[in-house]
Write a protein that binds this ligand. Sequence first.
Ligand code: BF8
Ligand code: SF4
Length: 655
Amino acid sequence: MSKEKKKVDNKRTVDPAALEVLERNDGQIETAYDRYVQMQPQCNFGRTGVCCRICLQGPCRITKKASKGICGAHDYTIVARNLIRAINGGAGAHADHGRHIIYTLIEMLEGRTLDYNIEDPAKLRRVAQNIGLTVEGKEERELLKEVLEVAMSDFTKISDEPCRWLEATVTEGRMKKFTDCNIQPRSVHTTISETMGQTHMGVDADPVNLIFQGLKTALADYIGMHIATDLSDILFGTPKPVTSEANFGVIDPEMVNIVLHGHNPLLSEMVVRAAREMKAEAEAVGAKGIKCMGVCCTGNEVLMRQGVPLLTNFLSQELPIMTGAIDAMVVDVQCIMPGIRAVAECYHTRIITTLSHSKIPGSYHVEFTEDQAMEKAREIINLALEAYKERIPDRIDIPQMKHKVTAGFSTEAVLDIFAAVNPDNPIKVLTDAIDAGQLRGVVLLAGCNNLRVLHDQSHAAVIKGLAANDVFMVATGCVAGTAAKLGLMNDEAVEKYAGEGLKAFIHKLDEANAGKLNDKLPLVFHMGSCVDNSRAYDLNTLMANEWGIDTPKVPYAASAPEAMSEKAVSIGSWCVTLGMPTHVGVTPEITGSALVDGVVLQIAHDVYGGYFIWEEDPEKSVDVILAALDERTWKLRVHRQAQERYETATISAGW
Ligand code: BF8
Ligand code: SF4
């Protein structure tokens, strides 16, 4: 590879801190940025979804010469099966997360772990009430036991009555639609299992039937995610606004630096707690203390609840190690590149895996168990203290870039902020601003990084474009990471990028909350990790109920400008099923079947009201998202005017 080529490779990011590390490294230590280039050209059969490896006769791929698989499967069957298996992969990953939290709470209730408590009893009561339990006169533990019984049932039951978490969190109209279309999930695990069965060789060949099962699976995913978020809040507290910092400048060379990476708060919360208790041990090895910082969604979890600084997002996860100042990177599950291990080999950094089903060969493994949570957290910190002693001072080079970030916007926190303007009906603050034309709508920014587009560029462009056009934005996952790292998640960004309407809206909230919040509000409201997309959807349901309409009429869109993971495919699919226009900035692997592409784009729209938009160009993405919002805002206004003028009961039933 020529020197010049390497330089181009190293510039596949717009994050200046990541860029500085890549340029300094100049291809010497291999990272994902290099491997992406080495991987080109990528296989077009896979890229378009027409490669089938579902049985041992395969791989079968659709070509001009072979228009069907050996078994006779058409391109549409192969593409649809692959797509819904991706949705299933995402649902399985989220279910793994939710199930672990349920299990830990059961262990806590039965006295087998003493390290966890009910941190947020008020949330416990709210959740119990929402899912239809009687709250009055019940002790906390009794109530939690009942909540867990419902959660377990929603995870495992095989009877066909609706899942309680779905019924409690979506509109009546959505529930009716799911029943009419026969996509009510029986439970999270049952649906995941059904989908594997339905996509086995020689079962379902009908692309529409397959895709509707995919949507059912996506709904099962939504249920699992919502349960995970609610139970995490009960266990660790519902996030409230918190100010911290983001990007590589948060690394402090005088501290023992521990990176928390992955998704599950069960261990990371304990490590943060243990780090606060072990300052003396850090001083004993010559450091000033212990600094925890986050990567990916574990980073989002501990930022939201503990104010722990966010170091970076998915794509640049290998790079902090190359500053020479990271003593340990502690990982749990999902989105952890095995590549971190090879980079750590070149430094003193310990990579520590913590779960039995998520290991990386050659790494340290401290098996996390609920009954010894704090003990394990201390063991992890001791490994970091050992590593600190092996640091090579000459190799430490930290890009001095960081930004203030204000995060912690759970749905409850957002409603509290609105309540300062309208205590009787907080959500009306948002719907009124849209009715008055001050805001053009709401967008949930979700999703990952993907080297098929320039790292962080699409995120930043979409955020700036929507801000200038008065869109209220909430964010989760790695797009929230981009906003935090690049200074788009604080009050300065409001002044710099918000259009007049959005600026006035946020200023009004700032004024009403003066003295209540420690900081002014940001341009983009951080709602948490990927699992917390359920929070963002709760906002949508509240808006729909306030307007007295179903969610397909609410000017609320989702956008995943740099989608990557199967979880993102699943989340995007439930966004569509739940009625949202859903922009994806990296076209998924379905274009090999025009029929499937059409079903996903058009039939899903006709039936569910939500729809996908594939648009890879960030500037055009802003335009298509705005058009989707404007169409709904306009219709809403016209229908409401007609409703008032003719005193009709409700807004028309069609989308
Ligand atoms: O769950 S946004 S790259 S870290 S999958 Fe992964 Fe995507 Fe990041 Fe969080 Ni979500
Ligand atoms: Fe080929 Fe059919 Fe087997 Fe798929 S299921 S690998 S298309 S024979």
